[in-house]
Design a protein around this ligand. Structure first.
Ligand SMILES: Nc1ncnc2c1ncn2[C@@H]1O[C@H](COP(=O)(O)OP(=O)(O)OP(=O)(O)O)[C@@H](O)[C@H]1O
Ligand SMILES: [Mg+2]
Length: 506
C-alpha cells in the first residue's frame, strides 16, 4: 500500500526527566488519525507521562512533536485543546461540588446574551449522554458519584470539547464489567466518527479488543509499536516485562471449615443500598465479592469499616461485637480497608512514601508518642522491599509516583498493621501485571497466615482465582453464594444481572 496518511500526532526523540528520574527517552511515535492507539507497559514505564506530553499537561525536555505534520509546542492543556487534543487523567479531575452538566461544560458554557445558557447546556448534555449511552445523572454534585460515574463525566467533557484526539489514561480501571463494555462501545462509536484515541490500560484483553495499534513502553523507552492484530497477549507481556511470565494465580491453601469466624456481619442495612446483608469470614478464608457497579459491594465494604453509619445490623470481630461509629473503631478492632479510591480515602498524595506507610500504625514506631526514626526507617524499608515500591525512596512524594506504585503504598500502609480482617476493594486497580501477581501472592500469603480476607473486584477472574467462596451482590443484597468449585464466570454474571432461572437461584 503506497498510501501513507499524515499522522495526527507524531513525536520524535521525545524525552522527559523528573528530578533525576528518566520518565521518557528517545520516543518516536506516529498516531494515525481515526485509530485507537494503545499504550501499555509496567507501572512507571512512562505511559501517563507520554499521554500528558501529547495533551500538553507535561512539557518534554527533548524532542519534537507535530500535529498534522506541523511542529507544535504545547505550554498548557489549553494549547493542546486548541489543537483538538483533550485528556482524561488517571486520577479524576472534576469539580466535586458542581453537577455533571456544569463539569462537562466548565469554562466553555454555551451562552446566551453573555450568560451561561442552562437550557442549552442541559440539551447538549442529554444529546451527549444519548450518543455515548451513558446513564449519568445531570443533577446533584459529582463529588458524591461513584468513581465509574465520575469517569463518564470526564469522557463526556472531552467529547463536548470537540476533541479530535482524546488521551484516556486507564479509563476502565474504575469501571464494573458491564460499564467497561459500554465504554468500549462508546470508544468504538467515537472512532467511527473519526476521533482518535490514545488508550492506556493494564487490561490486555480490552487492549486487544479495542486497539488498532499498540505501543509497548518499558523504563521510559519505546520497545515496539505494532498493529494490534499482529501481536498476541503473551508477546505483549513479554515485551512489557522484557521476559516471559507464567501468569497464574498463586496456590490458595484450602480453608478449614471449622476455622474460627473472624468477621461476622448480620442484618446489615443502610438506606436502600444495603438491604439485610449477612456474611461470615473465617480465619484463613478469602471471600470474593462480585457484582455490578452499584450493586452495593463498595457500600458493604464501607459499612464493615465504619465509614458509613448503619441503619441496622451488627458486626463482630473474633466474636466480639464492634460498635462502629467511625473507621477508628474498625481499625481498633483489627479490620483494615484498602479503599476503592486511593486519592480520596487512602493516600495523602502530598506526603512522602514514609509518612503514608507509617500513618496507619504509628504506635509501632512511636515511644510515648514520639516517632522513633530508626523504627520508622526499618518499617518503611520493609514495606518498600516487600511491595516493590518504585522508586524505592522513602522521601518521594506519593503524588509523584506512578498510579500502580501509589496502589502499592496504599497496600503496605494497611498491611504493616497485621489486621485480623482485610477488606480489599479493587486491590489491583491500575496495577501492572507483575505487581498484580505480587499482590495476589501477598493476599494468598496473608490468608495462609490466618487473616480473613474480603476481596472486592470488578475483574471476575481475580475473584474466581483468589476466593475460597464467592458472594455475588445485586441491588443491595447477597444474591448468590458459590463455593470455589461451583464458581464460574457464567454463574457469577447470571447472579449479578439477576438472569438466572428460579431453580438455580439461591
Ligand atoms: N510529577 C512527577 N515527579 C516526579 N516523578 C514523576 C512525576 N511523574 C512521573 N514521574 C516518574 O516518571 C516515571 C513514569 O511515570 P508514569 O506515571 O508515566 O508511569 P505509568 O507508565 O503511567 O505507570 P502506571 O501504570 O503505574 O500508571 C515513574 O518513575 C514516575 O515515578
Ligand atoms: Mg499511569
Amino acid at each position: 500500500m503506497a498510501h501513507v496518511e499524515t499522522p495526527l500526532v507524531s513525536v520524535r526523540g521525545l524525552g522527559k526527566r523528573f528530578s533525576g528520574v528518566t520518565a521518557l527517552t528517545g520516543i518516536d511515535l506516529d498516531i494515525t488519525p481515526g485509530t485507537v492507539h494503545a499504550l501499555v507497559g509496567e507501572n512507571g514505564a512512562g505511559k501517563s507521562t507520554l499521554g500528558k506530553v501529547i495533551a500538553g499537561v507535561v512539557r518534554p525536555d527533548d524532542g519534537e512533536m507535530r500535529v498534522d505534520g506541523v511542529p507544535v509546542t504545547f505550554r498548557s492543556p489549553a494549547d493542546a485543546l486548541a489543537a483538538g487534543i483533550a485528556a482524561i487523567q488517571q486520577e479524576i479531575a472534576l469539580v466535586p461540588a458542581r453537577t455533571a452538566v456544569e463539569n462537562v461544560f466548565l469554562g466553555r458554557e454555551p451562552r446566551r446574551r453573555g450568560l451561561p445558557d442552562a437550557r442549552a447546556m442541559r440539551r447538549r448534555f442529554d444529546e451527549l449522554r444519548e450518543s455515548l449511552r451513558f446513564n449519568v445523572s445531570p443533577i446533584g454534585s459529582v463529588g458524591v458519584l461513584r468513581t465509574g460515574e465520575q469517569q463518564k463525566v470526564e469522557i463526556m467533557r472531552a467529547v463536548a470539547r470537540d476533541a479530535r484526539l482524546v488521551v484516556m489514561d486507564e479509563p476502565t480501571a474504575a469501571l464494573g464489567v458491564d460499564e467497561v463494555e459500554h465504554l468500549l462501545a462508546a470508544i468504538k462509536r467515537l472512532r467511527e466518527r473519526g476521533t482518535t484515541i490514545v488508550f492506556v490500560s493494564h487490561r490486555l484483553e480490552e487492549v486487544k479488543e479495542i486497539a488498532d495499534a499498540i505501543t509497548v513502553l518499558r523504563n521510559g523507552e519505546l520497545v515496539t509499536t505494532r498493529p494490534a492484530a499482529e501481536i498476541s497477549a503473551p508477546q505483549l507481556v513479554e515485551a512489557m516485562l522484557g521476559r516471559s511470565l507464567q501468569s497464574a494465580f498463586p496456590t490458595i491453601a484450602p480453608c478449614s471449615p471449622d476455622a474460627p469466624v473472624v468477621l461476622s456481619a448480620r442484618g446489615v442495612r443502610r438506606s436502600d443500598v444495603l438491604r439485610d446483608v449477612s456474611l461470615e469470614i473465617r480465619a484463613g478464608e478469602i471471600v470474593g465479592l462480585a457484582g455490578l457497579v452499584g450493586s452495593g459491594r463498595s457500600e458493604l465494604a464501607r459499612a464493615l469499616f465504619g465509614a458509613d453509619q448503619l441503619d441496622a445490623g451488627t458486626v463482630e470481630v473474633d466474636g466480639e461485637p464492634v460498635v462502629m461509629r467511625s473507621p477508628k473503631d474498625a481499625i481498633d478492632a483489627g479490620i483494615a480497608l484498602i479503599p476503592e479510591s486511593r486519592k480520596d480515602e487512602g493516600l495523602f498524595v502530598d506526603a512522602t512514601v514514609a509518612r503514608n506507610v507509617t500513618m496507619a500504625h504509628l504506635h509501632t514506631i512511636t515511644r510515648r508518642g514520639v516517632v522513633q526514626p530508626h523504627r520508622e526507617r526499618a518499617e518503611v524499608a520493609r514495606a518498600i522491599d516487600e511491595f516493590d515500591i518504585r522508586p524505592g525512596d522513602p522521601r518521594q512524594i506519593v503524588g509523584t509516583l506512578s498510579g500502580g506504585n501509589q496502589q502499592k503504598v496504599l497496600f503496605s500502609k494497611w498491611l504493616l498493621r497485621h489486621p485480623k480482617v482485610l477488606i480489599a476493594d479493587e486491590p489491583t486497580r491500575g496495577v501492572d501485571i507483575g505487581a498484580k501477581l505480587a499482590i495476589y501472592e501477598i493476599i494468598a500469603g496473608l490468608a495462609g497466615e490466618g487473616m480473613g480476607v474480603l476481596v472486592i473486584s470488578s475483574e471476575l477472574e481475580e475473584v474466581l482465582g483468589l476466593a475460597h467462596r464467592v458472594l455475588v451482590m445485586r441491588q443491595g443484597r447477597i444474591a448468590r453464594e458459590l463455593s470455589r468449585e461451583d464458581a464460574n464466570p457464567e454463574r457469577v454474571m447470571h447472579a449479578a444481572f439477576g438472569t438466572e432461572t428460579a431453580q438455580v437461584a439461591a
